[in-house]
Design a protein around this ligand. Structure first.
Ligand SMILES: Cc1cc2nc3c(=O)[nH]c(=O)nc-3n(C[C@H](O)[C@H](O)[C@H](O)COP(=O)(O)OP(=O)(O)OC[C@H]3O[C@@H](n4cnc5c(N)ncnc54)[C@H](O)[C@@H]3O)c2cc1C
Length: 551
C-alpha cells in the first residue's frame, strides 16, 4: 500500500537533467508570470482543455481518469508503455496479492464480486478484474499501447505541452492543452536496490522483489530477503513454501504489521476505515488538514486514546510473536505512516515451524568468499539468493528538471489535493498518493479533476488557496508523520477525510451512509461513492459543517 523506502538514501528521482525551465522576465501570460527562472502560474481557471494527454493509461489511475474525463466530454489520449492494461498487476512477484479486503480494493461502481472474486484477491485475479473494467466501460480505444512517454515539455506559451512518445523505437511529438501524469508510484521500471559494498563478489543472485516471479528458484537455496514490508514478508513465506534450504527475513527496523483479523475476532480495516476509527486516529494526529476546533478536540481525545493504542500494540505484538528486538520501537499509529503492511498469520506460523528466521539487521558488505553477507552488528549470514524488497523510487524523468519544477522536498512533493502542483499550469497527477484504498482514492481524484477541468467544482481553485492548503498540510504532516521520502504523498488512515474534502469541493455531502449509526461505525470504501463518476454538478450544494476543517 505504500512505497517501501526502507533503505533508500539515494535520490529517488532522476535529477540528472540540467535543463532549466525556459526563462523570461516579468512576463504576464494568461495564467503565468515569469520572474527570472521561476514560473509563477495559477491552476485557478484552466481554459477548458481541448486535448488532454494521460501519461500511463493502463493502470487503475489512468483508466479511471479516462473514464471520468470522457464522461464530461473531454478528448483524451492516454499513452501506455506496455501492451495491456493492469499496471503493476500485470506481473509481479510470485503469488502476490492485495493487502486489503475486497471492499477496499474495488472500483466504485464495479464490485469485484460481479466477476466472482472474493476477499484478498490474488494479483492474477486483480489483473482480470482491471481488464474487465476497461472493457465494461469501453476505455480501450482511448489508449495507445506500447507507447512510452519519454519527454513532457511545457511550451513557451506556458499553456500547452509537447509530449514525446516512443513507439517501436521511433519518437514522435504531439501537442496537448493539458497533461495528466498517472504513471504510478510502484512501477516495475523504478525498482530500488541498494548499492551494497562488495556485491560484485557475490556468486549467488541478487534480485528485486518484483523480479521474484518464480519461487521455485528458491529451492535448496539459502535465501535472504531484505525489507520489512508486505512484499518482503510474502516472499519469505513463498521461498519457505518452495523448500528453500534456509530463509532469513531481515528488515532494518521492525514495523508494526496490521493483522487482517485482530485476535481472530475483528477485521482491522473495519476499525480503521470507519469514522469512529478515524476519530481515534485523529486523536493522535490531528484531522486532515488540522484546524483549531478539530485539533483541540483531538488533543483532548488523544489523552484518552494513548493507552488504547498501547494496548493495541501489545495485542498485535502478542498475535505476531514480536518480542525483544522484534518489538517495533516506533509508536504504533505513527509507524502506520512509515512502513505499513497488512498480513495474515503465515509468517508467524512459518517462524514457529522454524522455516523462516526473522532478524533485525542491515548489510554492511558482501564478503570476498562470494556467499557471506557481513552485517552492521558484526554478525554474518550465508546466502545463495538475496531478494531486495526495498521498494521503488519515483520516476519523473520525462520532465526536464523535475526537482525544481515540482518543488520536490526531502519528504516528497506536496500538491494541492495531492493532484495539482503549485506553480505549473495545465498539469495534474492522479495516483500520487499513498492510501489504504488506492483504487477508491484514485477514482475520486479522477472525478474531482474532471469536474475541475469542466468548471464544475463549487469554488474556484485560486493560487492563494493552493498555497494555503499546501502549507497547512505540510505542517500537519510534518507534525506527526515520521519523515520519509513520500510523506508529501501520504494520506493513509486519513483517507476518508481526504475523500470528504474532495466531495465537498464537488458540492456533495461526504456522509454517504444510510443512518447515523452506520455513518460512524461502518467502514468507508469505494462502493460508498458509487454513481459519482460522470454525475452532473449538483443543483443543491452541500455546505461543509462547522466541525469540518477548512480545506
Ligand atoms: C504487491 C502489491 C500489493 C498491493 N496491494 C494494494 C492494496 O491492497 N491496496 C491498495 O490500495 N493498493 C495496493 N497496492 C498498490 C498499487 O500499486 C495501487 O493500488 C495501484 O495498482 C497503482 O496503480 P497506478 O495506475 O497508479 O499505477 P501502475 O499500476 O504502476 O500503472 C501505471 C501505468 O503507467 C505506465 N507508465 C509508466 N510510465 C510510463 C511512461 N513514461 N509512458 C507510458 N506509460 C507509462 C505503466 O506501464 C503502467 O501501466 C499494491 C501494490 C503491490 C505491488
Amino acid at each position: 500500500m505504500r512505497i517501501e523506502f526502507l533503505f533508500s538514501n539515494n535520490s529517488f528521482l532522476d535529477h540528472s537533467s540540467s535543463q532549466e525551465p525556459p526563462t523570461t522576465t516579468h512576463k504576464q501570460t494568461n495564467n503565468c508570470t515569469m520572474v527570472s527562472t521561476d514560473i509563477e502560474c495559477t491552476q485557478s481557471k484552466p481554459p477548458k482543455p481541448r486535448r488532454i494527454a494521460i501519461v500511463g493509461g493502463g493502470g487503475i489511475s489512468g483508466l479511471q481518469t479516462i473514464r471520468a474525463l470522457r464522461a464530461r466530454g473531454f478528448n483524451v489520449t492516454a499513452y501506455e508503455g506496455s501492451d495491456k492494461v493492469g499496471g503493476i498487476w500485470k506481473s509481479n512477484y510470485s503469488n502476490f496479492s492485495v493487502q486489503v479486503p475486497r471492499v477496499l480494493f474495488e472500483f466504485q461502481d464495479f464490485p469485484m464480486s460481479e466477476i466472482g472474486w472474493n476477499d484478498y484477491a490474488t494479483g492474477v485475479q486483480v489483473q482480470h478484474y482491471i481488464e474487465a473494467y476497461a472493457v465494461k466501460f469501453d476505455l480501450l480505444d482511448s489508449i495507445q499501447f506500447n507507447a512510452y512517454v519519454t519527454s513532457v515539455k511545457l511550451q513557451p506559451d506556458h499553456q500547452s505541452w509537447s509530449v514525446e512518445v516512443t513507439v517501436q523505437n521511433k519518437k514522435h511529438v504531439e501537442q496537448f492543452d493539458y497533461v495528466i501524469i498517472a504513471s504510478g508510484l510502484y512501477s516495475g521500471t523504478n525498482q530500488f536496490i541498494p548499492n551494497w559494498t562488495g556485491k560484485e563478489y557475490f556468486r549467488g543472485e541478487i534480485v528485486h522483489s518484483c523480479q521474484f516471479y518464480d519461487a521455485s528458484v528458491a529451492k535448496d537455496k539459502r535465501v535472504v530477503v531484505i525489507g520489512g514490508g508486505k512484499s518482503a514478508v510474502d516472499i519469505a513465506v513463498e521461498a519457505a513454501v518452495h523448500k528453500a534450504a534456509k530463509v532469513t527475513l531481515m528488515p532494518r527496523e521492525m514495523h508494526w504489521p496490521s493483522p487482517r483479523i485482530l485476535l481472530g475476532l475483528i477485521r482491522t480495516h473495519s476499525i480503521l476505515m470507519s469514522r469512529l476509527g478515524l476519530s481515534l486516529v485523529c486523536s493522535q494526529s490531528g484531522s486532515f488538514p488540522t484546524d483549531s476546533i478539530v485539533s483541540t478536540r483531538s488533543r483532548l481525545l488523544g489523552m484518552l486514546t494513548t493507552p488504547l493504542y498501547k494496548l493495541y500494540g501489545m495485542v498485535v505484538a502478542w498475535q505476531f510473536n514480536l518480542r525483544g528486538k522484534l518489538y517495533p520501537r516506533t509508536e504504533v499509529m505513527r509507524d502506520f505512516y512509515n512502513i505499513h503492511y497488512s498480513v495474515n498469520n503465515d509468517l508467524t506460523n512459518m517462524r514457529k515451524e522454524g522455516k523462516v528466521d526473522l532478524i533485525v539487521g542491515e548489510i554492511d558488505e558482501f564478503q570476498k568468499d562470494g556467499s557471506t553477507l557481513a552485517l552492521k552488528d558484526g554478525s554474518t549470514l550465508s546466502a545463495d539468493l538475496v531478494v531486495s524488497a526495498t521498494g521503488f523510487h519515483e520516476n519523473y524523468s520525462f520532465f526536464d528538471n523535475p526537482q525544481k519544477m515540482l518543488n520536490i522536498e526531502d519528504d516528497g512533493v506536496y500538491m494541492y489535493r495531492f493532484m495539482l502542483p503549485q506553480n505549473i499550469p495545465n498539469l495534474a497527477f492522479i495516483g500520487h498518493v499513498n492510501a489504504v484504498s488506492n483504487i477508491g482514492c484514485y477514482g475520486l481524484q479522477a472525478e474531482w479533476l474532471a469536474r475541475y477541468l469542466a468548471g464544475d467544482l463549487v469554488e474556484e481553485v485560486t493560487p492563494e488557496k493552493i498555497k494555503r492548503d499546501i502549507e497547512r498540510r505540510k505542517s500537519w504532516a510534518r507534525n506527526f508523520m515520521p519523515k520519509s521520502k513520500v510523506r508529501g504523498m501520504t494520506i493513509l488512515l486519513h483517507e476518508t477525510h481526504y475523500w470528504d474534502v474532495l466531495l465537498m469541493d464537488m458540492g456533495l455531502s461526504p456522509y454517504r451512509k444510510s443512518n447515523i449509526f452506520a455513518e460512524y461505525i461502518m467502514p468507508y470504501g469505494p462502493s460508498d461513492y458509487n454513481g459519482i463518476i460522470g454525475m452532473p454538478k449538483p443543483k443543491k450544494i452541500y455546505r461543509r459543517s462547522f466541525w469540518y476543517a477548512q480545506a
